[in-house]
Design a protein around this ligand. Structure first.
Ligand code: G1P
Length: 294
């Protein structure tokens, strides 16, 4: 079956980014001038997906406004003959067919995904975490779809992380089928270094089949007393094939302050209009600081 729908969980409280996330979603934090969630939607669109369900929540309305039209702003830009900006703003409302459902309580990623069941029905679908962007040549969602097409089963994106970071992620273990594909038989959410079956971490992108909903129903609450998608995937892997693919690309976790800063710097250096002056500024500031205050 073709992957025609994507689900973007974006209901988290953003506690790692307070106070910025007290009254606005972390998914709206901009990387230079573009909100994180717009990069995520763009990745789905680049993989041929036009139907997107955003799992939203309280304090998240700015996301809906962002993907809607803003006719007052459009009128102003027209009057001021700012055509390029007008087109850019107008285009955002037409990127995809975006739907929203609100997660009523923050009860984990598994619970958030369970809200998508009426929307995705009997179809397989992509999941893209709303606070994670990935810079790659081939959109990571496309990399997963390619593996899904080959195996017709659940696919999880993974990447190698340093051993001392395994407790931040869902970690997988299994049998290698090729350089980058594995059949997974172990999933552990945020294990200790000792418990971790490998240093392959779930990287915030998935292709799920409708069977995930039954698996979620049969999964008890896990880490942090929340329903974990990782635990449901472990249950599912006992009944049917679950594959992992080591992604080609660089992942950025926007919900974490230091990663956010690094992301902004890297993306600024990739932007034509900022690359040179920003690079010169960085060189200057590094020279001036010279390791002081570290
Ligand atoms: C979630 C998942 C985890 C995954 C991570 C990737 O955790 O539960 O398995 O590795 O996203 O960012 P969170 O970051 O929401 O705690």
């Amino acid at each position: 079956m073709m992957i025609k729908k994507a689900v973007i969980p974006a209901a988290g409280l953003g506690t790692r980014f307070l106070p910025a996330t007290k009254a606005q979603p972390k998914e709206m934090l901009p990387i230079i001038d573009t909100p994180t969630i717009q990069y995520v939607v763009q990745e789905a669109v680049d993989a041929g997906i036009e139907d997107i369900l955003i799992i939203s929540g309280r304090n998240k309305r700015a996301m809906e406004d962002h993907f809607d039209r803003n006719t007052e702003l459009e009128d102003r830009l027209t009057k001021e003959e700012k055509e390029t900006l007008f087109n850019e703003i107008r285009h955002i409302a037409d990127m995809a067919n975006i739907h929203y459902v609100r997660q009523k309580e923050i009860s984990g990623l598994g619970d958030a995904i369970y809200y998508a069941r009426f929307h995705t029905g009997n179809e397989p679908f992509a999941v893209l975490l709303g606070d994670t962007i990935i810079n790659s040549v081939i959109p990571v969602t496309q990399q997963l779809i390619d593996v899904y097409d080959q195996y017709q089963s659940t696919v999880v994106a993974v990447e190698v992380v340093p051993k001392d970071k395994v407790s931040r992620y869902g970690i997988v273990g299994g049998d290698k089928l090729s350089d980058h594909i594995m059949e997974v038989n172990t999933f552990i959410e945020k294990p200790s270094i000792k418990e971790a079956p490998s240093n392959l971490a779930i990287a915030g992108r998935y292709i799920l089949t409708p069977e995930i909903y039954k698996a979620l129903e049969q999964t008890p609450k896990g880490k942090n007393n929340e329903l974990q998608l990782t635990d449901a995937l472990l249950n599912l892997s006992r009944k049917e094939k679950v594959m992992s693919v080591t992604i080609e690309g660089k992942r950025y976790d926007i919900g974490n302050k230091l990663d956010y800063l690094k992301t902004t710097v890297e993306y600024a250096l990739r932007r034509k209009e900022f690359a040179k002056p920003f690079y010169e500024f960085l060189q200057q500031i590094v020279k001036e600081t010279d390791g002081k205050n570290l």
